[in-house]
Design a protein around this ligand. Structure first.
Ligand code: UD1
Ligand code: PEP
Length: 473
């Protein structure tokens, strides 16, 4: 497996000490508003930050859930499909969002970001009046794989895209061959040279066609969908991914004038239109952030109200939580997760494409299972190398054995605080959960991974009783 220095790759801190957050300063209104800089916007310093937790405190309180990182990262490139403004609300303030803003800016997109005030009042207006560049450079793609999602829209609107190959990362090889095959089915000519994908549309533009994905790919479906909306004629995407982030993208595209049918199913039917127009779209709630905080309540045997999220986005996770003995109730105010005075049982999971149990919740589930009674078998079926958190959990006292693609967790272990190393986004937050449950002090290094996907995680947890702080790098 290749190990190029992309965001979740284990590389030296020196290599990662040049984050791409800086170009955001060109924005008319900087998301940080010039004060109270987010870790994401603090750049270099944030790469060296650590998190210190003193565990053993029950969490009680309310946590607001933001817009989904993975929805925002696919909806933002859709702005490249039109010369009119795309206004997005409920955009989370994360390092990856800064990276995508920087990339879209390089391609000629005007950015008007107002990230002050309550999350619901935030607005991000993206206007790609003209495409002035067609290259997604290595420096950005290596830090954020979702950069590859500019490929489809650039090709559809501009007829040409040059995107650095993302390479492998800490969780797997993650090729993009299926993205490229889908675009070729629409008529694109694709060459790979010097580590870059060079994609060109035929002179008459992309043509609608049938695309059948041999395996479910979220990013592949997103690129195919964004390319197909401006293609001439009809495209049918079969074995499409059904993740809520794809439905969010299709909803946004339809608001922009696209004609996509079959939302939420594995067959998407797209009738191409000559152009798209301005639209306003609210990013769907983050189901992975929701699930992570639900497990924070469970792992500390506490009770949390998760505001601004929807039960229907994470049924598989909720079913497993209930099977483990946690109460989850949907109320008008949000989801109430209650594990007070409960003895939790070990419950097996196997990761699957949506609506199955998400791979992005696998590491957090493992942290919870170390505290449950009995054993749990956790099988990772999406990525070949997504157990990087196991040795770190073992250093905290967990009893976990890996057999191929499965990990057996023998629960009810006594977790004790330790110095641990975050290796990727979800592994990082799994260590936060373990630290909340452990006795004594846990120090998590390389928390820049965490800043890719969790906004003000330490403040949100501290507000609910956790003893947690960020140690500035
Ligand atoms: C930004 C974003 O939304 N990231 C999510 C997205 O990643 P991403 O879109 O990269 O994940 P995919 O659904 O494409 O990957 C699923 C599997 O398909 C393989 N594959 C994918 C494309 C391809 O061309 N060839 C190929 O073999 C991958 O290596 C992987 O084994 O979905 C994953 C699966 O739910 C999540 O874990 C990520 O958080
Ligand atoms: C793996 C993830 O993201 P990405 O695809 O951007 O690496 C994730 O969100 O857990």
């Amino acid at each position: 497996m290749s190990h190029s220095p992309v965001s979740d790759t284990v590389v030296s801190d020196a290599v990662l000490a040049d984050p791409v957050a800086a170009p955001i300063a060109r924005d008319r209104r900087h998301p940080t508003g010039g004060h109270d800089p987010s870790p994401a916007a603090r750049g270099h310093a944030a790469t060296m930050d650590r998190i210190r937790i003193r565990g053993g405190r029950r969490l009680e309180g309310t946590i607001p859930i933001g817009g989904a990182k993975n929805a925002a990262l696919t909806v933002m490139p859709a702005a490249l499909l039109t010369d009119q403004p795309l206004t997005l609300t409920n955009v989370p303030r994360l390092a990856d969002i800064d990276s995508m803003i920087a990339l879209l800016g390089q391609l000629g997109t005007g950015v008007d970001a107002d990230f002050d005030g309550r999350a619901a009042d935030r607005r991000l207006v993206l206007t790609a009046r003209a495409i002035t560049g067609a290259t997604a450079p290595y420096d950005i793609v290596r830090k954020m794989r979702a950069s590859v999602l500019v490929l489809g829209p650039l090709l559809a609107r501009h007829g040409h895209a040059r995107v650095s190959l993302p390479g492998g990362c800490a969780i797997g090889t993650r090729p993009v061959d299926l993205h490229l095959k889908a675009l070729e089915a629409l008529g694109a000519r694709i060459t790979l040279e010097g580590g870059y994908i060079d994609a060109r549309a035929p002179s008459g533009g992309l043509k609608g066609n049938d695309i059948v994905f041999p395996i479910v790919t979220v990013g592949g479906t997103e690129n195919a969908l964004m390319a197909a909306v401006l293609a001439d004629g009809e495209t049918v995407i079969e074995n499409a991914a059904r993740e809520p982030e794809i439905t969010d993208l299709a909803t946004c595209l339809n608001a922009m004038g696209a004609r996509v049918e079959g939302l939420g199913t594995n067959t998407l039917r797209v009738r191409g239109v000559p152009r798209l127009h301005a639209a306003t779209h609210a990013i769907v709630a983050d189901r992975i952030e929701t699930g992570t905080y639900a497990l924070a309540a469970a792992v500390t045997r506490g009770r949390l109200l998760l505001e601004g999220t929807q039960h229907g986005l994470l049924e598989a996770v909720i079913d497993h939580l209930e099977e483990a003995g946690v109460s989850v109730t949907a109320t008008d105010a949000g989801l109430v997760v209650d594990a007070r005075d409960r003895d939790l049982r070990g419950v097996d999971v196997m990761t699957k494409p949506y609506p199955g149990f998400p791979t992005d919740m696998q590491a957090q589930w493992m942290a919870l299972m170390t505290t449950a009674t009995g054993a749990a078998m956790i099988t990772e079926s999406i990525f070949e190398n997504r157990f990087m958190h196991v040795p770190e959990l073992v250093r905290m006292g967990a009893d976990i054995n890996i057999h191929g693609g499965s990990a057996i967790v023998r629960g009810q272990t006594h977790l004790s605080g330790a110095q641990v190393m975050a290796t990727d986004l979800r592994a990082s937050v799994c260590l936060v959960l373990a630290g909340l449950a452990a006795e004594g002090e846990t120090i998590i290094n390389r928390v820049y991974h965490l800043d890719r996907g969790y906004e003000t995680v330490e403040a949100r947890l501290a507000a609910c009783g956790a003893e947690i702080e960020r140690l500035r790098g």
